[in-house]
Design a protein around this ligand. Structure first.
Ligand code: KG4
Ligand code: ZN
Length: 342
């Protein structure tokens, strides 16, 4: 018999259906069904995403419970992503989670997806956890934020993207190069064999700690078009160098701001979170800068970078400890700001 708080965490905000079972801060199972259907469209098709969630949700939850060796009647609560994300996708996970909790007579706990990405660092992985306050660079397909984190629910947004997210920049550039969705991992893979200084892309100038990636994307597209005029084989004959140069540019943009924020806030505990934190270029640079600046850095293991149920379970665990439960009337939210926004 497991002792402790047993939770089921359900994530369905975009194109991954994921469920995890946790006991306190330990993850017993984390099962994800990804949706390949979007790859040929070059991006997530919301209508197809919600249909696929509908198909996956019960098998994924069953598989997580089975792998954890936990029966549903042992659950203390069900945590689920209430937002932000694609509304149709959120509706599947949130309706399912609330109904299951209602049937079992246990609380349902609504979770903010981006906070959960950050709180993934508090999963027991047999290693040190970050201490407050810390700075978190949260980079995903929908968000790019610099957060100051002072507690389990004390988040201050110090900077964010004014247009596209970093993951979106990777995905759009990859699409233009004819690579499948999601393009981030594709660019990362090609970049490993390329010269990061082969091409130079202009970085948009942005005030404060904010970012802008849509200008970079336009610059990239124009650059590729211009090269193609003199070399018809371009970009096919140059994917590795292009990917390496683009990755370097995006990583530079992220790291410049991160260094600036860390200095100004006088904080040397630094974390990264979200799908783009799986990027090998970013992970390496962060470790290098940490060495130079004597930072303590927290980089999530790959399975907790992209969307996963485990991060929802751990975020739910801290809500559970604070006795903050949801209501049956809580409605999925496509947009949802971080509460303690600056
Ligand atoms: O956090 P996530 O799974 O979903 C959202 O909440 O958006 O992030 C997905 C994003 C996609 O844009 C994907 O291309 C990007 O993370 N991504 C990467 C890598 N792995 C995933 N971007 C760059 N390099 C990677 N290795
Ligand atoms: Zn995410």
């Amino acid at each position: 018999m497991e002792k402790g708080v047993i939770l089921l965490g359900i994530e369905s905000s975009c194109d991954d259906t994921s469920a995890a079972v946790s006991v306190d801060d330990k993850i017993l199972a984390n099962v994800t069904a990804s949706q390949d259907i979007h790859s040929k469209y070059g991006g997530v098709v919301p209508e197809l995403a919600s249909r696929a969630h509908q198909k996956h949700i019960i098998p994924v939850v069953d598989a997580a419970l089975k792998e954890a060796g936990v029966t549903a009647d042992r659950l203390d609560a069900i945590a689920y992503t209430l937002g932000p994300g694609l509304l149709g996708s959120l509706l599947v996970g949130s309706s399912f989670a609330k109904s299951m909790a209602q049937a079992l007579g246990i609380p349902a706990i609504p979770i903010h997806h981006m906070k959960a990405h950050v709180l993934a660092h508090f999963i027991d992985m047999g290693r040190e956890k970050p201490t407050f306050p810390f700075i978190c660079l949260t980079v995903s397909g929908g968000h790019t934020q610099l957060l100051r984190v002072d507690g389990f629910d004390e988040f201050t947004v110090l900077g964010e993207t004014l247009d596209d997210a970093a993951g979106e920049a990777f995905d759009k550039a990859a699409k233009y190069l004819g690579l499948p969705y999601p393009g981030g991992p594709e660019i990362d893979r090609f970049a490993e064999g390329g010269d990061p200084d082969a091409h130079v892309f202009t970085k948009p100038k942005v005030d404060g700690y904010n970012f802008s990636f849509s200008g970079l994307k336009t610059g990239f597209v124009n650059y590729v078009d211009n090269q193609q005029r003199t070399d018809p084989q371009f970009p096919k004959n140059n994917l590795e160098d292009l990917a390496a140069s683009l990755r370097k540019t995006i990583v530079d943009m992220l790291m410049d701001r991160l260094v600036q924020v860390a200095e100004d806030e006088n904080i040397s505990t630094i974390a990264i979170a979200g799908g783009v934190s799986a990027n090998r270029g970013l992970r390496r640079r962060l470790n290098e800068v940490a060495e130079e600046r004597d930072w303590k850095v927290f980089i999530p293991p790959l399975e907790y970078c992209t969307d996963n149920g485990a991060m929802i379970a751990i975020a739910g665990y801290y809500e559970f400890l604070m006795k903050r439960f949801g209501k049956i009337t809580d409605a999925a939210r496509a947009r949802w700001k971080m509460e303690s926004e600056a």
